[in-house]
Design a protein around this ligand. Structure first.
Ligand code: ADP
Length: 160
């Protein structure tokens, strides 16, 4: 059976980058569905100094760590700079991204081709499940700002 090639250390490592502000059940689903493909899945919070976030980095990291405490193959960390450079540092040959709709697809395609051009990193896309396709961190933030109940859209660790 053919499988995804591993890196020099013999591990198939992938990076799942995002802002996770906050993490949603859509993010959790992508991680759990991608896991069987890889030996190690690094969920990486990209830090952009010019961007304002609703939740502090430490809080977003803690939510990821708690949610995947049961998955030894999952790590959570934060990084600055290019995702392709993070992949180089980690020995990751794959990036995982979720696609909710054609808007996601249009934007992600260019980024994926650039990461391939920069470092030969392949992007593996997983389609959002129908029950998650309407969930985004942006909408969850909007709901929170208006004191709405978000418990159906975020993992248990994130629930107030
Ligand atoms: P970014 O700011 O990089 O888009 P996000 O935290 O919003 O970071 O998303 C990280 C990744 O998770 C992206 O690939 C995004 O498409 C995916 N994603 C976000 N929400 C969902 C969802 N509801 N279902 C599936 N994938 C999702």
């Amino acid at each position: 059976m053919s499988s995804l090639p591993s890196n020099a250390a013999g591990l198939r490592t992938a990076v799942f980058p995002g802002s996770f502000d906050p993490m949603t059940t859509g993010h959790e689903s992508i991680v759990r569905r991608a896991l069987p493909l890889f030996d190690r899945l690094v969920v990486a919070i990209g830090v952009n100094q010019t961007k304002r976030y609703m939740f502090p980095l430490e809080q977003r990291l803690a939510w990821l760590k708690e949610t995947f405490a049961d998955e030894p193959k999952v790590e959570a960390l934060s990084f600055e700079g290019l995702t392709a450079d993070l992949c180089g540092r980690l020995g990751a040959r794959y990036i995982v991204r979720g696609l909710r709709n054609s808007t996601d697809h249009g934007a992600e395609r260019s980024i994926a081709l650039m990461n391939h051009a920069l470092r030969g990193v392949e992007t593996i896309f997983l389609p959002a499940l129908p029950e998650h396709a309407h969930i985004s961190s942006t909408i969850v933030r909007e709901l929170l700002a208006n004191k709405a109940d978000v418990s159906a859209f975020v993992p248990a660790a994130v629930r107030p």
